[in-house]
Design a protein around this ligand. Sequence first.
Ligand code: UD1
Ligand code: MG
Length: 453
Amino acid sequence: MSGRTTLTIVLAAGEGTRMRSSLPKVLHPVAGRPLVSHVLAAAPAGTGDAVAVVVGPDHRAVIDEIVRVRPDAKTFVQTQRLGTAHAVLAARDAIAAGADDILIAFGDTPLIGAETFRRLRAALQDGAALAVLGFRAADPTGYGRLLVDGDRLVAIREQADASEAERAVTLCNAGVMAFAGNTALQILDRIGNGNSKGEYYLTDAVAIARELGLRAAVIETDEDEVRGINTKSQLAEAEQAMQRRLRQAALDAGVTMIAPETVFLSADTTFGKDVTIEPFVVIGAGVAIGDGAVIHSFSNVVGARIGANASIGPYARLRPGTVLGDGVRIGNFVETKAAEIDAGAKVNHLSYIGDTHIGANANIGAGTITCNYDGFDKHRTNIGAGAFVGSNSSLVAPVKIGAGAYIGSGSVITKDVPDDALTVERSPQASREGWAKRFREMKMLNRKPKGSK
Ligand code: UD1
Ligand code: MG
């Protein structure tokens, strides 16, 4: 399909009240990515391709997300919800710009794939003016029914307007359509609102195309791909379906998982070669895992870059801004945030490392805490290459530990430590010979024999 341009119009003006949430419906995440962004990710993005999103009033947050994902996207506001065709025409200016193919998708249908968009566009290239995505519904109630005559699509009948016989049809409208650019407006402008709901139905496009002597085609897909999301239950179902896909893709790419059904991935997770992920790991948005890295069980990783052959967990928590060099070891009960940890460094047990740079091959002892927050501001800690921080040390930021320096266990470090120094901040240890023995003897002497008054 080289040389052809596509305009993808995403309808996202839904109210989403059944989500029972203050978050706009299309911003709810599936696999760490908002619903609408999944649709945008599947939209053609070649040279000359464009995207238009139709949002409702007061949808500033939706617009921000759209522009973050597709900076070239145009957004249009549909001020009144007068139907799907009315929504499409809110993007009239984008349509008038004249793409070869126009795709229409819903912002709440996140499982739609790029291949399906491609098949719809191929139907246009074969001469159809309109291609509609259909599926066989287990329960067709509520969907528009696709009425066919042989291999021709004759009309789409909405549930409310369908006869008894038409309601028995299980081939349903997924909502996704493709219009040939040169006849799209001609068809769309003829759609009226003379139906039982008084709405401008996009689905009327099929009958109108036919009246104009144009051909409409059906492309079939699985119901799973076109599930729309209106409730939290449907959101959870979509999450499951997406996780199955992502796990399969990870396995196909060579990731080792002995219990993939317990591993949760994000749509944007990337893997090097020979990565191993143990059972019960959750990977949030923005994670890249390098060659040969191992993520041990019960770890939670978000917004982190993990270097080659690094070892994470078990029970590690990597938060956004974590960047780990090759061979870094992050052990159990370690939390990192905005932490750049260079190659070969180790933080093996029970630590918090935040707003910190750790140089190569440094060793951070068990229980080391970077005290980065004073209740108002965050401060940075800098630990030089090859430094050795003794167990149970508190590093009160802003503070710098020199390269190759040694910190005695239990120190509370509030001042910079020079390179190669030994710094111990600790009360002197005092012992009193025989004290404990004398203490015990005195206690025994004063104790009354059992049973006496
Ligand atoms: C629509 C289809 C139906 C199809 C079903 C698939 C029409 C008339 N009906 O019905 O054939 O089987 O989807 O799920 O197209 N929207 C707007 N502005 C509006 C109206 C809708 O932006 O004025 C958006 C909604 O946010 C949603 C999409 O369009 O993303 C579909 O609207 P919805 O009300 O869910 O249509 P259905 O009744 O489900
Ligand atoms: Mg719907």
